[in-house]
Design a protein around this ligand. Structure first.
Ligand code: NAD
Length: 392
């Protein structure tokens, strides 16, 4: 797989053939696998050999599964596996690379330390891409010597299956780097949606994370049950599952962390409900801990019984109003547009029905009225976005 771009001094070109993935955890090993499947030579780097051994085992398991399902031949599986080299030494890991995809834990100080080390050993033309879910790209980029060659590339979990990748250029990212990243995403058989501004939560988390909190408020304010709210989310809003179910599947650790990071940077994005933090503190993390909003009998994926009948018992307007207000904010602030948001929501959240179609069915005026009512009762957070006002 070859992509040619000009170096940012516009005097020589760079060809991407070799990729280094920094971090071999939940996301890193999947990104390494999809990159090797597309033909790239991949170095997978972690801080301990045992972490890499575990990651390589998972990749092998995943490739074997594709072979057994006849999605790829045994030879292809072997060739993909052979293209991934696990290496602990950072200098060696980036020696021949053109693109580094960083997938280390979501801790700002750790990311900055990793980039400081990386910046010293990577050649000046090497591009840095961060898989951060919530941290500001520009802030991390500015700690490096190459903010124009720094970009956000947000894969979703699991990278082997999820089609969407959000691309987030920082303030100084060169257009060539954004173009190249888009080409790379296409080459690994994914769909790129560009979040045009480096805003907290980018697109999907700006819709999803506040929605979890909002659903908790709906429960408090209306007395609806978890199953009633989840049924309405599934059957009336077109989500593949309920919002509490999705939160349990995602994990309260991930949701709490994203909440803190997003709220730290923008109070308008989220109205945190205390229950999320409480559940995190009590280690009620969802499916993986056996209890979240719901209880689970083991850590295997279990569906909650939701029904059209239960969906009749809850009015979805407050949930729709909040998600729509955040979508409108993204548009008003130049981060996205309706078409891109719908594409992202379809591929990233599995939404079967476009958001703005649901909004039209309910009536934009009704949604604006609901937001004004919520703002009067619960504060400025709910104030309707000017775009919604103009769409009435
Ligand atoms: N898990 C998700 O659902 C998800 C989804 C999208 C994005 N993300 C983002 O991806 C990133 C990684 O998340 P994860 O869930 O894969 O985390 P993880 O904890 O599963 O994996 C992180 C890996 O990075 C390794 N690591 C730590 N320091 C390192 C260093 N200096 N060099 C190389 N490796 C190092 C760790 O040993 C670990 O193996 C985070 O920024 C997260 O926000 C996660």
């Amino acid at each position: 797989m070859k992509y040619i771009i000009k170096d940012t001094d516009f005097s020589k070109s760079v060809t991407i053939k070799n990729i280094t993935v920094l971090g071999s955890g939940v996301m890193g090993h999947g990104i390494a696998q999809v990159s090797a499947t597309a033909g790239y030579n991949v170095v997978l780097r972690d801080i301990k050999q045992e972490f890499l051994d575990k990651a390589m085992e998972k990749i092998k398991w995943s490739l074997d599964k594709l072979v057994s399902k006849e999605k790829i031949s045994k030879e292809e599986g072997n060739a993909i596996f052979a293209r991934i080299k696990p290496i602990v030494d950072l200098g060696e890991a980036v020696k021949d690379t053109e693109l580094v995809i960083e997938v280390v834990p979501e801790i700002m100080d750790l990311k900055k330390t990793v980039y400081a080390e990386l910046d010293k050993v990577a050649a000046p033309q090497v591009i840095f891409a961060s898989n951060t879910s919530t941290l500001p790209i520009t802030e991390i980029a500015n700690t490096t010597s190459r903010p124009e060659k720094f970009i956000g590339i947000h894969f979703f979990n699991p990278p082997q299956l999820m089609k969407l990748v959000e691309i987030i250029p920082g303030e100084k990212t060169a257009q060539e780097i954004t173009d190249l990243t888009q080409d790379y995403v296409k080459s690994v058989n994914k769909v790129a949606v560009i979040c045009r501004k480096d805003v907290p939560g980018f697109i999907i988390n700006r819709l999803f994370i506040p929605m979890v909190h909002e659903a908790c408020f709906v429960k408090d304010r209306t007395g609806a049950t978890l199953e009633e709210i989840d049924s309405v989310v599934k059957f009336k809003l077109g989500f593949p599952m309920g919002i509490f179910e999705l939160a349990d599947f995602t994990g309260m650790d991930v949701i709490h962390k994203a909440t803190v990071e997003m709220h730290l940077r923008d109070k308008k994005v989220i109205n945190p409900h205390p229950l999320v933090e409480k559940m995190f503190d009590e280690k009620k993390l969802g499916q993986k801990s056996g209890e979240g909003f719901y209880k689970y009998s083991d850590d295997k994926y279990e569906r909650i019984a939701l029904s059209e009948e239960l969906a009749q018992k809850c009015n979805p307007i407050q949930i729709v109003a909040n998600i729509l207000n955040n979508a409108a904010w993204l548009i008003s602030n130049g981060a996205s547009d309706i078409e891109e948001i719908e594409k992202a929501a379809q591929l990233g959240l599995g939404l079967k029905k476009p958001l703005f179609e649901t909004a039209k069915e309910i009536g934009i005026k009704n949604i604006v009225d609901e937001l004004n009512k919520l703002a009067a009762e619960h504060g400025e957070f709910y104030k309707p976005d000017p775009l919604l006002l103009s769409m009435q």
